[in-house]
Design a protein around this ligand. Sequence first.
Ligand SMILES: Nc1nc2c(ncn2[C@@H]2O[C@H](COP(=O)(O)OP(=O)(O)O)[C@@H](O)[C@H]2O)c(=O)[nH]1
Ligand SMILES: [Mg+2]
Length: 284
Amino acid sequence: MTKCGTVVLAGKPNVGKSTLLNALVGERLSIVSPKPQSTRTPVVGLLTHGDAQFIFTDCPGLLDPRYRLQEVLRQTALRALADAEVIAYLHPLADYPAPSLAAAAGLTATPAGAVVTVYTKADLVAPPRRPALALDSVAVSAQSGEGMSALVRRLERHLPESPFHYPADDVATQPLRFFAAEFVREAAFALLHEELPYSLACEIDEFREGETPTYIRAVVYVERESQKGIVIGQGGRTIKAIGQAARTRFEMLYGRPVYLDLHVKVLPHWRTHDPSIKRLGYAP
Ligand SMILES: Nc1nc2c(ncn2[C@@H]2O[C@H](COP(=O)(O)OP(=O)(O)O)[C@@H](O)[C@H]2O)c(=O)[nH]1
Ligand SMILES: [Mg+2]
C-alpha cells in the first residue's frame, strides 16, 4: 500500500520555507531571498521516497497584509493550509519556542491536517545552546542537511494511504514558463534594492522550443515610470544582469541553452489593482 498527500510548508516570511522545499526535492524550484515575502505563487515540489509520495507546497508567508496583493497572497496561503493533509509549520530554532500555528497565522479555525513543528536554520544555533524539543517537533538545517531524513520520516507517518498522484520521477508540476518568470523575479530580488523587487512582476510572452537556444520572451512589469529606468539601469546594465542571472538559473532546471529576451513595461500600481493581480496569476 502506498501513501501520498499534500504537505504545506507554512510559517512567517523568511523562516526558510522555500529553501526547505528545494532541499527536500533536491532541485532549486522555489525562489530564495534574504528579503522577506518573495514567494507569491504556491510552488509545488515532489518527493517520491519508497512507498511514499510527498506533494510539498511552498506557500506565501503568513503576515498582516498592508496592501491588496498581500491580502490576496494571505488568502492563497490560508486556502492551502485548509486543504493540506499535513502542515509543516516552520519556525527558526534560534527563536525557540514557536508560538502556536493558530497564533502565528491569525487563524480562526483549526486546519484539519496534522501539524508538525519544524525548527529551521539549526546550523545557526550551536549544539550546547539548543533547547530540548517536544516529541512532535524536529530541528533541521536545509543548508547543512542536518535533520532532513528525520523530517521526511516524521512527515511520512502523517501521509494518508493513497495511490501516487504523479510519476515517481517527477519533481515539479508547474510549467517551465512559470519557473522562467519566477527566476527573473529571484534575480530582481538579488539585484534591486528596497521596495523595487516588490513592485516587480514577470510574465512570459513567448516560449519557443524546437530551436537552439530556446527563445523566451519575458516582460518585466513595474508600477511607475521612474522604476522602469532603475530596472533598465545605465546603458541597460541592470536588466542585462537580471537576465543573465535568471537565464543561468533557468538553464540549470531546463538542461538546455536559452535566449532570454527581457522587456520592461509599466503596469501602473498593479499591486493594488485586482484585474492586474489576477492577470499576473496571483489571484484565481
Ligand atoms: N543559515 C541558514 N540560513 C537559511 C536556512 N534556510 C534558509 N536560510 C536563509 O534564510 C533566508 C530566507 O529563506 P527563504 O527560504 O527564502 O525563506 P521563506 O521566506 O520562508 O521562503 C534566505 O536568506 C536563506 O538563505 C538554513 O537552513 N540555514
Ligand atoms: Mg519563500
